[in-house]
Design a protein around this ligand. Structure first.
Ligand code: FAD
Length: 482
């Protein structure tokens, strides 16, 4: 059972908790007292002005039922669904800890905003199908009274996946349940999209509905606005430590395991050496590309190799470049989100013959993830040649800008990790989606909230996405990883 916390008891004034819990006076009395105290402090401070060092409103509360590490799209989606599904309303206190409120390195805002149904694993199809419903009806889910409606800028242009002779059989066998997909021969492809050179293409798969791209920033801000209106608390800081208690247990096979429960999260406050402990019942690891590091802070993976205790969360930073180019002779408004057999992808960006795209490097080519600088040679050597081969008009393109972002890359099978850790029993994951976490976030947030509140998945069974697969070795075999 989650502890009920009293919001009133945790309100903070400039001198911390004491003022927030003041009873018996009107707000005006209290404000009067607060300004008296401020005046007293001002009179003894050098300079005389109100000193922001004494303002504690930026600090997290001393306790929260749920602490979400990471305020990207996945963390915010979990926060949203926890508040939406909680019973009774206001039952749980949720705190989101985000170290960078500009989101300068967050995958969510550096992604290319694509959503598709063309996956081979049924769970992935179901996740994306729910998400498209969420996006289409975003103002039913995320409306906030007196605020303007959201415009997610959805472009329903479909994904066009191209397969070589080798990949054609897999493409044919892909799950299409619930996803309206049309398979096309090279000739049909030429008829529909005459600007494509079909050399080396044996089969194409075109999404007829529920696919396209949208504005990730708008989804992020919409979620943030909504969860704030639902009472979710935010704190600008970095989670640097977990305090936990442990229990030594024996499994049926006689293996000794250490069950851990986190009871306190340490939050290092932005631009300060200070840290603040937050007592909690549940921790959600939604730290994106950094979630492997956050898991390590909780001791995950720090056991003998080959044991469950020694199994790491295999999620790490992988740098991916996105290039934006202009090409007046390029394909027009009907351009879908094209995925070439070489792995190179592109889509239209706006209406002015601008396009964006890129290509994942091979394992050997993986760039140093230590910074987000762009390698322009990568475009010349690896992206442009297959692009120009597939769309001859792209011979004349001019690159206008570029950026790099991090995939929250799951090195084990490039699919999401959802649900609790088997040993650190109150840490739940919503991470590791590699290149498709943005589009699945609405459904994943709901799945994690169901797990936290009900103890099992209710709407989509994501048991195959649990952490335990990293120990048992059972991969989620998704063929359409981009
Ligand atoms: C170039 C590129 C293209 C992509 N294209 C697509 C696409 O077309 N479709 C799609 O579905 N997906 C796409 N993705 C993937 C998608 O962006 C991610 O899977 C998704 O955004 C992950 O969301 P997140 O909330 O987990 O991560 P993030 O958005 O990175 O959020 C995690 C947050 O956690 C914070 N954090 C980390 N550690 C701590 C800590 N210790 N304390 C406090 N805060 C912390 C970080 O500051 C960060 O803001 C793409 C990714 C990239 C890089």
């Amino acid at each position: 059972m989650l502890r009920r916390t009293l919001l009133l008891g945790l309100c903070r004034g400039p001198l911390g908790r004491g003022l927030g819990t003041h009873r018996g006076g009107s707000i005006l009395d209290r404000d009067g007292k607060m300004s008296e105290i401020k005046k007293k402090i001002q009179s003894i401070l050098p300079g005389g002005d109100w000193n922001p060092l004494y303002d504690t409103s930026h600090l997290p509360p001393e306790s929260s039922d749920v602490v979400i590490v990471g305020g990207g799209v996945l963390g915010l989606s979990v926060a949203y669904w926890l508040k939406k599904l909680e019973k009774p309303r206001g039952a749980i206190r949720v705190l989101v800890v985000e170290r960078d409120h500009t989101y300068s390195r967050a995958s969510t805002v550096l992604s290319v905003g694509g959503i598709r149904q063309q996956f081979s694993v049924p769970e992935n199809v179901q996740l994306s199908l729910f998400s498209i419903d969420f996006l289409r009806n975003i103002n039913e889910y995320l409306a906030v009274a007196d605020d303007p409606p959201l415009d997610i800028q959805f472009n329903p242009s479909g994904y066009l996946l191209l397969a070589s002779e080798k990949g054609a059989a897999i493409m044919e066998n892909n799950v299409k349940e619930g996803a309206k997909v049309c398979l096309m021969s090279p000739e049909q492809l030429r008829n529909k999209f005459p600007w494509i050179n079909t050399e080396g293409v044996a089969l194409a798969s075109y999404g007829m509905e529920h696919e396209g791209w949208f504005d990730p920033w708008c989804l992020l801000q919409g979620l943030r606005r909504k969860v704030q209106s639902m009472g979710v608390l935010f704190c600008r800081g970095e989670v640097t430590r977990f305090m936990s208690s442990s229990n030594l247990m024996k499994t049926a096979s006689g293996e000794e395991v250490n069950l851990k429960r986190i009871h306190e999260v340490h939050v290092k406050i932005d631009q300060s050496l200070e840290y603040q402990p937050v007592e909690c019942a549940i921790v959600i690891n939604a730290a994106g590309a950094w979630s492997g590091q956050v898991a390590e802070l909780a001791g995950i993976g720090k056991g003998p190799p080959g044991t469950l205790q020694g199994t790491k969360l295999p999620v790490e930073l992988r740098k991916r470049y996105v290039y934006l180019w202009h090409c007046p002779q390029g394909p027009g408004l009907e351009t879908p989100f094209v995925i070439d057999p070489s792995g190179t992808y592109f889509r239209r960006e706006g209406l002015g013959h601008n396009y964006l795209g890129g290509c994942s490097p091979t394992e050997e080519e993986e760039p140093d993830p230590g910074n987000l600088e762009v390698d322009h040679d990568f475009f010349q050597d690896r992206v442009w040649p297959p692009l120009a081969q597939r769309v001859p008009a792209f011979e004349t393109l001019k690159v206008r800008s570029a950026w790099a972002g991090y995939y929250d890359y799951n090195t084990f099978d490039q699919n999401g990790v959802v649900g609790p850790h088997p040993l650190v029993i109150n840490m739940y994951f919503a991470t590791g989606f590699s290149g498709h976490g943005l589009q699945q976030a609405p459904a994943v947030g709901r799945a994690v909230a169901e797990m936290v509140l009900e103890g099992h998945f209710q709407t989509i069974n994501l048991s195959s996405f649990l952490f335990s697969r990293f120990y048992s070795g059972e991969k989620v075999q998704e063929h359409n990883i981009i």
